[in-house]
Ligand binder design. Structure first.
Ligand code: C2E
Ligand code: CA
Ligand code: CA
Length: 467
């Protein structure tokens, strides 16, 4: 647990910031802070100050990294603890910036969750600034006995020469912070394309609790594994990893709630990495025992927008000594929005790595088969809503038959999920469905309770877990 950062930020808690004022954090030597009084004047003062810093840095052959921070969970902090507390958290985060191993000029600290700073460094130090910023800014802030985990989105924009407009640089920086805050809260982004650094609500309290849980994830978090079976033989062909969060007070948190909170707070990045690591760790246990199941891991679109995501997947596979084909990442239809270039770039990188991709919950979104064919995916999971009534509703059966007919034209493996009883499994068999998942074929259970069959591949005698 990191209490040191809050202490490092000033020893004791700073006084609450008056709303509408600009804080004046304690500064170390060589640093400065602007004290604008009105918006326009503020903009001009900021530009002038930045110009002075730029000119001085250029003279010394240094680079200026214009750094913008935004508290992605500002609204929750203000709603939960009051606007004054938000000012306190922002000021602590701003002070943490001053502990960077560079010359730092705080240019503006808004009590509503925004900080602008100019970091002056050697050219070769430049690329590390984003990650360093994220590291020094993280850790909880104690606000009148309540721990607040600031979710800090970082946008960076380098200024390398004297001719660069500070107004343009400031606008670029604001835009990248705004975009990142919206698309990948808690992420770290550079304005220039191609040099992006690695990253890093339902309620404030659940966000804080998840942040707490992430300090030592194995304490409260674990994975359950659910088999995908061949309907003809009962053989387990794949296993899906599903997150389980045992909250110390509230008990089991529904996975969609946990994922929602993680996505809006930026915690999805470390959480997703933890899920991937534990799933592959278990996968490698199975593979070493010659049980070559594909491990399915659910991925959030927020993770896919992180440019370093594919590299992290490659690292995790290497760490666990698994071939890329051992992993299948499940994405939902709507996440695969055509036109989201960042997501598409990640999918392409994952594909070129050899990792398999699948569409989850097919039938709940809006994609046409044509759009599906356009996507680099290997597997389609038909949503359980298309299955739940096939054993007694002819109309539902017709609909599923039509969907399967369309999928027949696509070069993808089809898995039908949500199979809850023998009647549904029988209908699926008659429809020619080979692969299925659902309570009838095995509930999600801890890995130790999953029987995969003998060496050489999962056996046909695989146990069927009772409903
Ligand atoms: P999903 O990926 O569609 O996972 C299937 C969900 O349906 C699981 O719920 C599973 O327990 C449940 N299920 C399986 N068979 C049956 C059945 O026969 N009938 C019914 N009614 N339900 C069945 P769970 O574990 O509560 O997860 C819910 C959702 O949360 C998942 O839906 C997935 O979207 C998300 N999720 C879970 N773990 C992760 C994770 O590690 N990362 C991400 N990004 N999302 C996750
Ligand atoms: Ca899934
Ligand atoms: Ca699903």
């Amino acid at each position: 647990m990191d209490t040191s950062l809050a202490r490092a930020a000033g020893g004791s808690r700073p006084a609450p910031a008056p709303v509408g004022a600009v804080l004046r954090p304690r500064l170390r030597d060589g640093a400065s802070v602007s004290a604008p009084t009105d918006r326009q004047g503020h903009g001009r003062a900021l530009q002038q100050q930045l110009r002075r810093i730029r000119d001085d840095a250029v003279r010394r052959h240094r680079t200026v990294v214009l750094t913008g921070l935004s508290l992605a969970n500002a609204a929750e902090v203000a709603d939960g603890l009051g606007a004054e507390s938000l000012g306190v958290v922002t000021s602590v985060v701003a002070q943490r910036l001053l502990t960077l191993p560079h010359e730092v000029h705080l240019l503006a600290v808004s009590p509503l969750g925004g900080v602008v700073a100019a970091v002056v460094c050697e050219r070769h130090e430049r690329d590390a600034v984003g990650e360093e910023t994220r590291t020094v800014c993280s850790g909880f802030v104690d606000v009148v006995g309540t721990r607040v985990w600031p979710v800090v989105t970082v946008g960076l924009r380098p200024i390398a020469h004297a001719l660069e407009s500070t107004a343009v640089a400031l606008a670029d920086m604001r835009q990248i912070v705004f975009d990142t805050d919206r698309r990948s809260p808690g992420g770290v982004r550079w304005h220039e394309p191609g040099t992006v650094s690695t990253p890093a609500r339902r309620t404030l309290s659940l966000t804080n609790d998840l942040a707490d849980a992430m300090v030592d994830p194995d304490e409260q978090l674990r994975l359950a594994f659910q088999p995908v079976r061949d309907l003809r033989t009962g053989r387990v062909t794949a296993v899906e990893a599903l997150l389980r969060w045992q909250h110390p007070e509230h008990g089991m948190v529904p996975p969609p709630d946990a994922i929602g909170v993680a996505e809006s707070s930026g915690l999805i990045h470390p959480l997703g990495a933890w899920v991937l690591d534990r799933a592959l760790r278990q996968g490698s246990v199975w593979w070493r025992a010659h049980r070559y199941v594909t491990v399915h891991v659910n991925v959030s679109p927020v993770e896919l927008r992180e440019p370093s995501y594919a590299a992290g997947v490659a690292r995790a596979l290497r760490l666990h000594d698994l071939p890329p084909t051992a992993l299948l990442l499940e994405l939902t239809e709507t996440d695969l929005m055509v036109g989201d270039r960042e997501v598409r770039a990640t999918l392409d990188s994952l594909r070129s790595l050899g990792v398999r991709l699948g569409i989850d919950d097919f039938g709940t979104g809006w994609s046409s088969i044509g759009q599906l064919l356009d996507l680099p995916v290997d597997t389609v999971k038909v949503d359980r809503s298309l299955v739940s009534r096939i054993d007694h509703s002819p109309a539902d059966l017709d609909l599923l038959r039509a969907v399967l007919g369309l999928l027949d034209t696509a070069p993808m493996e089809v898995v039908v999920e949500g199979v809850e009883n023998l009647a549904q499994a029988s209908v699926l068999r008659t429809l020619g469905v080979r692969l299925a998942q659902g309570y009838h074929l095995g509930r999600p259970v801890p890995a130790a309770q999953l029987t995969l069959g003998g060496p050489g591949g999962p056996g046909g005698a695989a146990r069927r877990t009772a409903d």
